[in-house]
Ligand binder design. Sequence first.
Ligand SMILES: NC(=O)c1ccc[n+]([C@@H]2O[C@H](COP(=O)([O-])OP(=O)(O)OC[C@H]3O[C@@H](n4cnc5c(N)ncnc54)[C@H](O)[C@@H]3O)[C@@H](O)[C@H]2O)c1
Length: 246
Amino acid sequence: MRLQGKNAIVTGAASGIGRACATLFAENGAAVLAVDRPGTDLAGTAQAHAGIRTLAADIAEAGSPARIVAHAVKELGGLDILMNNAGVSHRAFVEEMTEEDWDRVFAVNVRAQFILCREAIPHLKKCGAGRIVNVASVMAEATDFGLGAYCGSKAGVAGLTRTLALELGKFGITANYIEPGAIQTGMTAKGFSEPHIAEVWAKKSPLKRLGQPIDIARGALFLASEDGGFVTGHGLRVDGGLMLRT
Ligand SMILES: NC(=O)c1ccc[n+]([C@@H]2O[C@H](COP(=O)([O-])OP(=O)(O)OC[C@H]3O[C@@H](n4cnc5c(N)ncnc54)[C@H](O)[C@@H]3O)[C@@H](O)[C@H]2O)c1
């Protein structure tokens, strides 16, 4: 029960990594507000644990981050942990990428994360030991064909989070980001349903397997709990060693 008495927001919580984090946080005693877009399977996440409440909201919509934070503070009674997990990807070579594609990726992956952090900060200050856990990617450090917008956005998450750590340390707030490797989720389902693609990515890890959402949730729990109390501004790779070799 490493999050007993804590209140947490987890975005992108209807699927994959977000659902696993919301569930593990609740299993560890947190009251969780699970947020995802309207029409997603938030009910499935709520079923995982009685400590999970849900809110359907598009984090990239104007005014949405403020509404999400206000809702969490009202319904949960405060805010100790903000986990910015929601993210989108888009594949297009830079030569062919539209501004709209670029803007959409940045609107969700970076801009909404920034606004959610900004709105949460006054409440995190009040609790004395606030936690921000942002989800980046190993693609903050590496790249692949067609991932210009995604890689740029995840590098943005890293830079934003390091700055948050610097600015918020004096309030007892830590800010860290996770760099997941190749994880089996909704985002990667199409690619990894092809056995040869799944095999290539599994083989890149010295552990010879793809990651599961729970692998990331365990890293997030560390950063969100007292265990990670002296870790801030850090990018935690949870990638099964994927990045060890080029
Ligand atoms: N799966 C991987 O291999 C991998 C690797 C590195 C990083 N990540 C990152 O992990 C995070 C979680 O992704 P996942 O792999 O679990 O994918 P996923 O598609 O299973 O989950 C992402 C969730 O985010 C939600 N979301 C997207 N846009 C949103 C918006 N505007 N408002 C609210 N919710 C929104 C989606 O509806 C979805 O439920 C993302 O930030 C992703 O970039 C994933």
